[in-house]
Design a protein around this ligand. Structure first.
Ligand code: GDP
Ligand code: MG
Length: 375
């Protein structure tokens, strides 16, 4: 499922094998007719020969990455924005980059420039003449990945790896790469701080090659964008590249069903009660929906987006703050919508009973150990 051979590709795009081999050679990729090309490379070749590709392989890859979808959804898929997390070594500029993108793309166009901290925000991007969105999760990348791995869910579509151009690949850079690889999340690298005199993007690229990330311009399939969070240079290009990567990933969801998704953050607000920021991963969340999250339940009373707007509905990949839950759910928990509040309450009650029982059993087990140790 990971690609097709040079010969198969040549047949697919109705070109002689030699033309494809020659093209790849000039791109710096030495191949023969039996060598397997990955999907992005095959796509790149096909597009260079002006052929639109829709390989079966690409489709099955897409199904794998849309884990929250079931068979019925597959007939009703619509493109959804990529959900992006930022990772990288400390002080390489993760926070600065997020802030710079938010300031440049969100605050300026908003009334009063207010953005609320809800653990996620979206930016609008012009892409191929269309208005598209990119959703950024504000949680530190490694936390998002750890939570994801622990629960086996995937909340991120793309990881932005921030590497400071004056410092290069460091231990947490390597850690970030291996987290992303383990979770099968594609990496787009932002080579940051290129405004600095001591910056060298080429050195960073060379170091990244040693960890399996080969830049496109050197014949690989890894997107690397030199940026500066301070001067704002190339931030637009970075967003553009995230949308390109999203196209490769073929990110879809079915907005015409009850919502499913994951809790990104939750807390108890003195005035508003339990507040949860939810990432919608499939379906559409609406006011009045009856929700269960872990053993917490409720009816969605209000939804607020990252721009402080009250919204009636939230579609796939968007994050909203939700009011109306009976308690504070756990970050990382998945939520589900039920047909009635009664049903939601009974599912939540059952889970609460299960949890109580397992807690009692655990505490009994530990007491037994203590007694044994004592005697
Ligand atoms: P984080 O630990 O990865 O979140 O890094 P920060 O965003 O806190 O940035 C660490 C330091 O690097 C801060 O002093 C920033 O002002 C500085 N910094 C971040 N991005 C840039 C950049 O593009 N250029 C320069 N010159 N400094 C930067
Ligand atoms: Mg930071």
């Amino acid at each position: 499922t990971n690609g097709l051979t040079v010969h198969e590709l040549a047949q697919e795009i109705k070109q002689p094998d030699t033309e494809v081999i020659k093209f790849l050679f000039f791109k710096g990729i030495a191949t023969n007719i039996n060598q397997t090309l990955d999907i992005p490379t095959a796509k790149m070749v096909a597009e260079a020969f002006e052929v639109e590709v829709e390989t079966a392989e690409a489709e099955s890859e897409a199904k794998k990455t849309t884990e929250m979808l079931d068979d019925a959804d597959l007939e009703n898929l619509k493109q959804r924005p990529p959900v992006v997390t930022i990772m990288g070594h400390v002080d390489h500029g993760k926070t600065s980059l997020l802030d710079a993108i938010r300031k440049a793309k969100v605050a300026s166009g908003e009334a009063g420039g207010i953005t609320q901290h809800i653990g996620a925000y979206h930016v609008d991007v012009e892409h191929d003449g269309n208005k598209r969105q990119v959703v950024f999760l504000d949680t530190p990348g490694h936390e998002a990945f750890t939570a994801m791995r622990a629960r086996g869910t995937r909340v991120t579509d793309i990881a932005v790896l921030v590497v400071a151009a004056d410092d290069g690949v460091r231990p947490q850079t390597i850690e970030a790469i291996s987290h992303a690889k383990a979770a099968q999340v594609p990496i787009v690298t932002a080579i940051n701080k290129i405004d600095k005199e001591t910056a060298s993007a080429d050195r960073v690229k060379q170091e990244l090659m040693e960890h399996g990330l080969v830049p496109e311009e050197w014949g690989g399939d890894s997107i690397m964008v030199p940026v500066s969070a301070i001067t704002g240079e190339n931030l637009d290009l970075l967003l553009e590249m995230l949308l390109l990567q999203a196209e490769v990933e073929d990110l879809n969801a079915n907005p015409d069903r009850l919502a499913k998704g994951t809790v990104i953050e939750a807390n108890l607000d003195k005035a508003r009660g339990p507040v949860a920021t939810l990432l919608i991963q499939n379906g559409t969340l609406r006011i009045g929906d009856s929700m269960v999250v872990g053993s917490v339940f409720g009816k969605v009373r209000a939804m607020i987006d990252d721009r402080l707007n009250r919204v009636e509905a939230a579609s796939p990949s968007f994050a909203v703050e939700v009011l109306g839950l009976n308690d504070v759910p756990q970050a990382g928990d998945e939520f589900e919508i039920f047909a009635s509040e009664k049903e939601a309450r009974s599912v939540a009650d059952d889970r609460a009973t299960d949890q109580r029982q397992s807690r009692i059993q655990q505490s009994l087990a530990s007491r037994r150990v203590t007694l044994n140790t004592l005697s």
